[in-house]
Write a protein that binds this ligand. Structure first.
Ligand code: PMP
Length: 426
């Protein structure tokens, strides 16, 4: 498709799917916020490397050494992609969820955590063993900053504290005022971790410019396949913490303890990123993340952002012409956003609507509460937290919907996919 910037072409452009109405159509992947298709470039890089991959940090053979080099160089690539500080650490994990759980496991004793109730469950839930303050849903970015400032002003100023915030919402696509929230956190002696799962695939993320202490993101949303993720940032808390997983690779030295000292083993753990990467790492996953970071850096975000703005406008203007559609928004129509848009259709069960988009038009979207139940319920105006994500009954015309439909896109999305989506909704 000529509307797609060539270096950011993705896999799956020619995949056809059957329609219930008969015949086939090319698949319109409009669920990037769940998992984005891989960049063709990433796939090519992985295919070129695959015959050579070997064990990392564990082999004397040439291919093991080659893989170890590529694995360690991938840290540098990711650190450059995120514009990390000199002494930041890049830890490879399985996903954003894994990264945030790792940080939660590394919190210093008595750490207070501040998190908006609007967060994705991956950023909302890992802190439950700490003292958590859940902040109310703000209705403007400014209110978010004031809410955080008020909460931090009340905290015990001597103990450690962490703020966790998303960069771009996986429900509304809206950008959060990360730099301002980081400034507020630091002014009150707290640290901040940025959940960049939805931000990094659409916008440059600079650790230095945003002045955040950590960033977490997932490869499978950043146009890289396979189960890998990143936690990048300050090394002190991570170095002081018990290893996330105990095992080979995390330990520098393991020695038998003398019988007279009670027996057993003594362990010295690494104090580098390896401390939290026990076990044989996902070398292909890590390589594919680094490849995606390189591809995005080389292509630059300007064209991606401009194209996405055009696609967002097409979808929003199209939806605005359908009176039964209500687009969900926390910060209002003019808020800057990425290509993630959720909506409800008056009189329709969202799950049926999404199923019809798939069966009748070959369009893949998502329906439900998007692992952000409190936020979606706030946006739907529901008083109650029931029922659950599945089995929501049909909403009669004029009644409130109980779940929503989400359309999301990014690098490699051709105009035709969003145009077909708008036509289908109409
Ligand atoms: N945070 C946000 C904002 C997300 O959208 C997601 C995925 N939907 C996650 C965290 C979790 O990412 P993963 O499933 O890759 O761990």
């Amino acid at each position: 498709d000529s509307s797609v910037c060539a270096p950011l072409a993705v896999l799956g452009r020619d995949v056809t799917v059957p329609l219930v109405t008969g015949g086939e159509v090319t698949y319109a992947a409009l669920d990037y916020a769940a998992s984005a298709p891989a960049l063709q470039r990433v796939w090519d890089d992985v295919a070129a490397y695959a015959p050579y991959y070997g064990s990392v940090h564990r082999g004397a053979g040439y291919l093991s050494q080659l893989s170890t080099d590529l694995f360690e160089n991938s840290r540098t690539t990711v650190a450059e992609f995120l514009d990390c500080r000199e002494d930041d650490q890049v830890v490879f994990t399985r996903s954003t969820t894994d990264s945030l759980n790792l940080l939660a496991a590394a919190l210093p004793a008595d750490c207070q955590v501040f998190v908006f109730e609007t967060e994705h469950h991956a950023s909302l839930l890992p802190w439950r063993d700490a003292r958590v303050t859940y902040l109310n849903a703000p209705r403007t970015p400014g209110e978010a900053v004031r809410t955080l400032e008020r909460a931090l002003a009340d905290r015990d100023p001597h103990g450690p504290a962490l703020v966790c915030v998303t960069g771009a919402s996986n429900v509304t696509g809206e950008l959060w005022p990360v730099r301002e929230l980081a400034a507020a956190a630091h002014a009150h002696g707290a640290r901040i971790v940025l959940d960049a799962a939805q931000l990094a695939p659409h916008h440059p993320v600079s650790v230095r410019e945003l002045d955040v202490d950590w960033v977490a993101f997932s490869g499978h949303k950043l146009y890289a396949p396979f189960g890998s993720g990143v936690l990048a940032g300050r090394s002190d808390w991570l170095r002081a913490a018990e290893p996330y997983l105990a095992g080979g690779g995390a330990s520098r030295k393991v020695a038998r303890r003398p019988k007279e000292a009670g027996g057993g083993v003594d362990v010295e753990w690494h104090d580098t990123a390896a401390r939290h990467e026990a076990g044989s790492p996902n070398v292909i996953g890590v390589y594919s993340i680094a490849s995606a970071c390189k591809a995005l850096t080389e292509a630059g975000f300007d064209e991606l952002v401009a194209r996405e703005r055009h696609l967002i406008r097409t979808v929003r203007e199209g939806l605005a012409e359908v009176p039964a559609v209500r687009v969900l928004s926390l910060f209002g129509d003019d808020a800057p956003r990425v290509g993630v848009i959720s909506f409800v259709v008056d009189g329709w069960n969202s799950s049926h609507f999404a199923a019809a988009l798939s069966a009748e038009y070959g369009i893949g979207v998502r329906d439900g509460l998007f692992c952000a139940h409190p936020l979606v319920r706030t946006l739907l105006g529901g008083e109650s937290d029931e029922p659950g994500e599945c089995g929501a009954p049909e909403a009669a015309p004029g009644e409130k919907s109980l779940n929503a439909i989400r359309v999301s896109f990014g690098a490699g999305t051709p105009d035709e996919h969003v145009e077909r989506f708008v036509r289908a909704v109409k």
